[in-house]
Design a protein around this ligand. Structure first.
Ligand code: F0G
Length: 456
């Protein structure tokens, strides 16, 4: 096994906190056994998310000094627009403060009450915005995505027969767009193949249905196409990205991931009328169409980040880090989602804690235990994240009950990942004595962020 060395060197450092187990037991109790409610200085290695946690390059920091903070017509916006047009290929870009700002605009513009929005598995904020605007989310991902142990190259693919069935059932006029996530976060970072993107585009175009990508981790998806799909081994990441985007009518983007910045996002489209509507709404919810919630300096950092993100050495190393951690856990017998994605290693909490019922929140429990063991902060992606069914009021019960160890971009070294693996192994050895949690405070919307628990 070969894991490529970091294609960068460290110029600035940020000390991390070292705590004792007794301190961590107190901290997690104060946080209601929810890792979202811990303070970052209580965490030694913070794998809560890869969102906004990127280390920027010297070139991006240099760009920060060139911020043009004009209220209108900032030169940094023009630069960002030029870069997005070049690398993503869409005609129009509407900047937003982050991904969910773009999701809000898209959902408001395109959805009318009673609509259905098909997608390859849900994402929390994306589905919440669709539902808020009166749509029902319909999962059309391939069945294999729900099985954590199937080692297949493109488990993020759309099942075309599910899509055809949905169109036949509800009619194309009730499907304003299809939301295609590249990659699929909650399936374990699983990619979509180019062949599938092409086929989805063709089927949707035949019915007049628009295809909007959730492009959040599109560079990781491009890397998997290069390394797993026939015919792409010699194609550059940039060219793969451009081809991927050519099968979409637009996209939402959380720049906090694959644009290598700490804040920012955008909505893209080719359609002129949609763009007009989006530019009217962005003023109301984000800011002028030439900054949309970002400072000029943030747009400059994003423009430069996009250029860096298509560098093969960067993405090759990132995916190798994920594989390194997954291999360590796998060798110790810890059940991880297969194949390993490009942003995280997902532990299968049901298999890790088979004696803890899903209503006792196995993934939430495991994330809390992992923190107490080592100061490593992970995230629940299971029944708590899935929320409740709006009609029945019961929990959504996702097949995948996962703990996500998410790797920030360009932040941690392989030695940090050794520490993470050791912590997981220590918890695994004492798994039989772990009992589960009870929820004692439940917010109505996106409950996982602030819910509180207590041990059983
Ligand atoms: N889509 C996907 C697939 C995401 O993973 C996220 C964010 C968003 C949209 C929303 O973007 O945070 O910029 O508003 N995911 C983060 C995570 C929060 O930790 O997975 P945002």
């Amino acid at each position: 096994k070969h894991y490529v060395a970091e294609p960068y060197k460290i110029k600035v450092i940020e000390p991390i906190s070292v705590t004792t187990k007794a301190e961590r037991e107190r901290f997690i109790a104060e946080a209601g056994y929810n890792t979202f409610l811990l303070r970052s200085n209580q965490c030694m290695i913070d794998l809560l998310t890869d969102s906004g946690t990127t280390a920027m390059s010297d070139n991006q920091w240099a760009g920060m000094m060139l911020g043009d903070e004009a209220y209108a017509g900032s030169r940094n916006f023009l630069h960002l627009q030029e870069v997005v047009r070049e690398y993503y290929g869409f005609r129009h870009i509407v900047p937003t403060h982050q991904g969910r700002g773009a999701e809000n605009l898209l959902s408001m513009i395109m959805i009318k009450p009673g609509d259905c929005v098909p997608g390859n598995m849900y994402f929390t904020t994306t589905r919440a915005h669709q539902e808020r605007n009166g749509a029902t989310f319909v999962d059309i991902i391939v069945d294999e995505a729900h099985d954590s142990q199937l080692d297949l190259p493109f488990k993020g693919n759309v099942d075309l027969s599910k899509l055809e069935r949905l169109i036949a059932e509800v009619g194309a006029e009730r499907i304003p767009y299809l939301c295609l996530a590249v990659t699929v976060n909650l399936a374990g970072g699983q990619p979509v193949s180019m062949a599938n993107m092409r086929a989805v585009h063709k089927l949707c175009a035949a019915h007049g249905i628009k295809v909007m990508y959730d492009a959040t981790r599109c560079i990781e998806n491009a890397y998997f196409i290069k390394t797993r799909e026939e015919g792409y081994a010699d194609v550059t990441i940039a060219a793969i990205l451009k081809e991927m985007m050519s099968y979409a009518d637009g996209c939402t983007m959380s720049g906090k991931k694959d644009c290598l910045v700490n804040i920012g996002g955008f909505l893209c489209m080719n359609d002129e009328e949609l763009y007009q509507k989006a530019s009217e709404l962005v003023v109301l919810f984000e800011g002028m169409p030439s900054y949309g919630g970002m400072a000029g300096r943030d747009m400059e950092a994003m423009a430069r980040g996009i250029v860096e993100s298509v560098d093969y050495n960067y993405i090759h190393h990132r995916v190798a880090q994920c594989r390194y951690l997954a291999d360590k856990l796998d060798e110790a017998g810890i059940p991880v989602v297969k194949p390993t994605g490009g942003h995280a290693v997902f532990i299968d909490a049901r298999a890790f804690l088979p004696h803890v019922a899903q209503d006792r929140f196995p993934a939430q429990t495991l994330a809390a235990e992992l923190y107490v063991e080592s100061g490593v902060r992970a995230m629940e992606r299971g029944i708590v994240s899935a929320g409740r069914n709006r009609e029945t009021g019961d929990h959504h019960r996702p097949k995948l009950e996962l703990v996500r160890l998410t790797l920030p971009r360009r932040v941690y070294t392989y030695a940090h990942l050794d520490t993470v693996a050791e912590a997981c192994i220590a918890v695994y050895k004492r798994r039989g004595r772990i009992a589960g949690l009870e929820m004692i405070h439940e917010p109505k919307v996106l409950r996982f962020f602030t819910a509180r628990f207590q041990p059983l």
